[in-house]
Design a protein around this ligand. Structure first.
Ligand SMILES: [Zn+2]
Length: 307
């Protein structure tokens, strides 16, 4: 009698645990999307920093700390992408915290790159506030820009889901495999798209300091001279430096989304002979579309612009 009671009690608790999808909190939109793709209807995924929002300026709020606490699993990118404050709040939630970039070899930030040596005093402080994870040296966190490295990243996500919900192991393993096929397809698309462009023409000027992994994988040189930043328009002097760089390096692909002043854009076209079009996605998804769409967009936009 007692045995029967205990048995039904344990069955009850098993179904109580697994009838509901696992509540997973992720730090940003790219990680959120990928976790949804792998977890399907077995998980309920939310993200702290939404599509089109900027992790660099995000500050953790009491509501978000509470959302972290109410989850069953927290996924972070790691490698310094999330602020110390963010990591602290995640640890305080008392649920498992997993770093999706675990076991991925880091590229180190080059702290002496070209856009640091001029005007250092004027800009250093501003940069450190907003782009903390870009300018402190150490590990570069933007591993998601390399679809090949994302095979380990997605493996880490699937492992974390299996750990917390072993009953659905086969489901997670199956969707991981399907997703990794998409990563292979992305890599093949990138290789094919860039193969037609000679290595000496694979140069891009951009305001995002986020493409080191992408550049390393596909032999593309990303330059960000002083004045090309995500927060403000360049001064006339900085514009001259941008034009000098474009001419010196013979760059065709220029992405300067921070410049909206038509006069400055005209100058760039007239003096450097480049037309400025398109947008690259670096640290957040667009409003519509997931990680795979974002990468396809970047690959197509970049290969089109470098031709
Ligand atoms: Zn970034």
């Amino acid at each position: 009698m007692l045995r029967k009671f205990l048995l039904s009690l344990s069955l009850l608790s098993v179904s109580a645990v697994f009838a509901e999808p696992v509540k997973v909190m992720t730090s940003f939109s790219i990680l959120g999307d990928i976790t949804r793709q792998i977890g399907g209807d077995k998980v309920e995924v939310a993200e702290i920093v939404k599509p089109n929002q900027d992790m660099h300026i995000y500050r953790i709020t009491p509501q978000d700390a509470k959302r972290l606490k109410n989850s069953q699993l927290i996924l972070l990118n790691g490698k310094g992408f999330e602020s110390n404050e963010f990591v602290k709040a995640a640890k305080a939630a008392n649920v498992p915290v997993v770093l999706a970039s675990d076991k991925i070899q880091s590229i180190q930030h080059d702290d002496n790159d070209e856009h640091h040596h001029e005007h250092e005093h004027e800009h250093e402080h501003k940069h450190e506030d907003k782009h903390a994870h870009h300018h402190h040296g150490g590990d570069d966190p933007h591993v998601w820009q390399d679809p090949v490295l994302m095979k380990q990243y997605t493996q880490n996500i699937a492992d974390a889901l299996i750990q917390i919900d072993p009953a659905n192991k086969d489901y997670y393993s199956g969707s991981l495999k399907k997703y990794q096929q998409k990563l292979d397809d992305l890599d093949a698309l990138a290789k094919k798209s860039f193969a037609a462009i000679p290595v000496e023409k694979r140069k891009v000027l951009t305001s995002h300091d986020s493409f080191a992994y992408f550049g390393a994988r596909y032999q593309i040189k990303f330059l960000a001279p002083q004045g090309v930043s995500e927060e403000s328009e360049p001064s006339a002097k900085q514009m001259a430096e941008i034009i000098r760089t474009v001419k010196r390096e013979n760059i065709r692909a220029v992405f300067v989304e921070n410049i909206s002043n038509p006069k400055l854009l005209n100058r760039l076209t007239k003096e450097a002979g480049v037309s400025v079009t398109g947008k690259l996605y670096s640290d957040a998804l667009p409003e519509n579309g997931g990680y795979v769409d974002m990468m396809k967009h970047n690959i197509e936009t970049l290969s089109g612009a470098m031709k």
